[in-house]
Design a protein. Structure first.
Length: 527
């Protein structure tokens, strides 16, 4: 569903793309109110001659109660310039434009930021400890993401099918490319200059392409799904969009930041497999992050994804580590070093995919993928889903490449895991005594999760690492079948006592029985 070039969005007045209404270009026609963390848009008439993407600059300065934000505008074609703002605080915001073009300079107005409607929890931020995620209003956010690289670039019917699938799926984040990496309907983000694959002008964007893409971001937001937007990738050398000159890269990053940054569900992924994008060094990526930060006053989350060489995720402009590693989540002990090195939240966005492909990266069973999620969770990280199940063996024409519908067995089990994760205390699940052999995740003295993976134990010694000077609550225990999605509470309360210097047990019930099946877990909750 496309929307008119001449529209203004006040999120307290309209809901979603279908509710967009025509608007005049006069400032007086702007909405007077916008919900906190909603999207307020200014549209102004300006010049269309020359190259507006390079020749015209427009910024709106928003101020409220001592706060001041400079919001860059962008050219949307047909002589229309837009400035998008998402207020992070309640109250009256005044604004004034600054431009090198008289028609856009010195325009003024104001908008009242009001209490958000139900379901609007604000953008996702990092928790204070840096290892977890939370919405701006304090609502916990526990990512259970998926990847469908070019779903937003497919036909209207295929995009609608993907959104219908996502509505019923457990995923609250999706990784998606701006530039096509598989066969797609939308392939031209820049104005074409000829019939060849590289006949396009990097200095002139095609607004219709980006208008279409942001419509998909908006629809994801309506479903409560974060759009993890991948800006560069190495997979389309035919067109070469990721092989532009530095000045063209910078122009592109500024443009997408101005267009998409006010959507509260946007995250920035600078690149997928950055280390095999030809022609760019680590210094180039560092520079692009600085450009992105300067162009994004809304300060959305930022990451970068690797193939062979880890980017230094300790750098201050990285909010969380996005990691590709299929073996790191084969047990929780392999997860811990990634957190310890990054010193911030880790999402294993790519851990090999559930699929029927002959590719080694796309032939996990559902059981194997779900097991990776559980080990990653107990290890204090987050894990991402992908699916490559096809009838013709072409991984590009799968959920991973083009979206559509899910065919694997993992999504229902990931929905079950998501409920377990969301039952954990804030801020999230951390590794417990990670340098010892407990295989526990959770929150000390409050909530524990123990996962057994593919082993088939028939009993478990109920032992927790606790010193004599630390709390000794009693616990209730659930036995969890992670594949069959059942939770069986054990009768009674386990009353814990100090066994030695380091551990506590229930002296009367030191052991619980387990069914001798794979993919079992136990959860202990203090009472």
């Amino acid at each position: 569903m496309e929307f008119s070039r001449r529209t203004m969005l006040g999120s307290t007045l309209v809901t979603g793309a279908a509710a967009l209404v025509p608007a005049a270009t006069a400032v007086a026609a702007l909405p007077r109110r916008v919900e906190r963390w909603g999207l307020y848009e200014i549209a102004l008439d300006g010049p269309s001659s020359g190259n507006p993407f390079d020749d015209v600059r427009v910024v709106a300065t928003f101020e409220s109660s001592g706060k001041r934000l400079e919001i860059p505008g962008f050219y949307d074609g047909d002589g229309i310039y837009r400035i998008r703002f998402s207020p992070g605080e309640l109250g009256r915001w005044t604004w004034r434009t600054t431009s090198n073009v008289a028609a856009l300079d010195g325009r003024t107005g104001s908008v009242e930021s009001i209490v958000p409607r139900a379901g609007n929890h604000g953008p996702v931020r990092m928790t204070r400890d840096g290892y977890h995620f939370v919405h701006a209003d304090g609502t916990p956010y526990r990512p259970v993401g998926t990847t469908a690289y070019s779903w937003a670039l497919q036909s209207e019917s295929r995009c609608a099918e993907t959104l219908t699938t996502l509505k019923a799926a457990p995923f609250n984040k999706i990784r998606m490319c701006v530039f096509p990496n598989v066969p797609s309907v939308a392939t031209d983000p820049f104005v074409r200059t000829g019939g060849g694959p590289k006949d396009w002008d990097a200095t002139r964007f095609d607004p219709a392409y980006f208008r279409r893409f942001e419509d998909r971001i908006r629809r994801l937001g309506e479903l409560g799904i974060e759009a993890d937007v991948i800006l560069f990738h190495p997979y389309d050398k035919t067109r070469g969009y990721s092989g532009m000159r530095p000045a063209d890269d910078a122009r592109y990053v500024r443009y997408v930041a101005a267009r998409f940054g006010a959507f509260r569900n946007v995250w920035w992924a600078m690149a997928n497999e950055y280390d095999i994008v030809e022609g760019k060094t680590v210094a180039d990526w560092d520079a692009l992050f600085q450009i992105l930060i300067a162009a994004d006053p809304h300060d959305r989350l930022r990451s970068i994804h690797q193939l062979h060489v880890y980017y230094d995720n300790r750098k201050p402009w990285i909010t969380h580590a996005s990691i590709q590693h299929g073996a790191a989540v084969l047990d929780d002990g392999r997860v811990h070093p990634h957190r310890n090195f990054a010193q911030k939240a880790v999402i294993f966005d790519e851990v090999i995919y559930e699929g029927n492909s002959d590719k080694r990266w796309a032939k996990l069973t559902g059981e194997q993928l779900v097991e990776r999620f559980w080990w990653g969770t107990v290890g204090g990280a987050y894990v991402g889903h992908g699916e490559v199940i096809t009838d013709n063996g072409d991984p590009d024409r799968s959920w991973l490449g083009q979206g559509g519908r899910l065919r694997g067995t993992s999504p229902p089990r990931l929905a079950f895991l998501k409920r377990i994760i969301e039952s954990a205390p804030q801020p999230g699940i951390d590794p417990i005594q990670q340098f010892w052999d407990y295989h526990l995740g959770g929150h000390e003295f409050t909530w524990y999760l123990r996962y057994f993976g593919g082993t088939t134990p028939t009993r478990w010694d109920v032992v927790l690492p606790t010193r004599a000077t630390e709390p000794h609550p009693d616990y209730r225990i659930d036995v969890i079948d992670t594949w069959n999605m059942t939770i069986a509470p054990i009768d009674g309360v386990f009353r814990m006592h100090q066994r030695d210097e380091y551990e506590i047990i229930d002296l009367k019930r030191p052991v619980i029985d387990l069914p001798g099946k794979p993919y079992m877990a136990v959860r202990l909750i203090a009472v």
